[in-house]
Write a protein that binds this ligand. Structure first.
Ligand code: MG
Length: 198
């Protein structure tokens, strides 16, 4: 029987991106922000900059070697190893297609051969397709996703979503029964997921 498929967001779901961005931006702009302060989905508001300035920071960050050296989330390698017995995995990301090479190098370094495909949903700094549409197209049984807006949109489209708790989604009350929150990638989560999607 063909395995079912799980879709994974990339940034701050599989890899610890904001942490690396903060090391870069604190140094560059002489700031002292910590990730715990990012309690809103609109990161630019925490920095008190415009969305365009945040995008500029993001682009500058992506030119640094730190952007190619992202670290995996705690417990993710073990979790993927276990879930891989029953599921195939794809990455579905709002990262820009222009970051494909560095994104795939990071995946190759930490999780070689784990993901069948990487689906980019942005091009030239603009989203050109919805993650929910891609998840439906690839027949994903579940999406792992940290961004509250995307969680809501995908649940609305009928996709089951697992949300790793992060400061920026902690305050969100997800009302959809399709959304399951996860405080850690360690522990009892395997049975939760497998029961949920069967
Ligand atoms: Mg993310």
């Amino acid at each position: 029987m063909a395995k079912k498929r799980i879709a994974w967001d990339f940034d701050d779901t599989v890899f610890r991106t904001l942490e690396a961005v903060l090391v870069f931006s604190n140094e560059r702009y002489g700031e002292e922000f910590r990730r715990e302060q990012f309690t809103t989905r609109e990161f630019n508001k925490v920095w008190q900059i415009t969305p365009a300035q945040w995008y500029e920071r993001w682009c500058l960050f992506n030119q640094t070697t730190a952007a190619s050296n992202l670290q995996p989330m705690d417990g993710i390698q073990e979790l993927l190893g276990i879930l891989g017995q029953w599921y195939d995995f794809d990455i579905v990301t709002y990262r820009d297609e222009g970051l494909a090479q560095q994104t795939e190098l990071i995946l190759e370094r930490w999780l070689p051969g784990v993901f069948s495909n990487v689906h980019y949903c942005s091009r030239g700094g603009k989203r050109y397709r919805l993650k929910s549409d891609v998840c439906l197209q690839i027949g994903a049984a579940v999406l792992f996703e940290d961004q509250p807006d995307t969680v809501q949109a995908c649940a609305k489209a009928g996709i089951r979503v697992v949300v790793p708790t992060q400061p920026w989604n902690k305050g969100e009350r997800f009302k959809s029964p399709l959304v399951t929150r996860l405080d850690s990638y360690q522990g009892e989560i395997v049975s939760v997921i497998c029961e949920d999607v069967d």
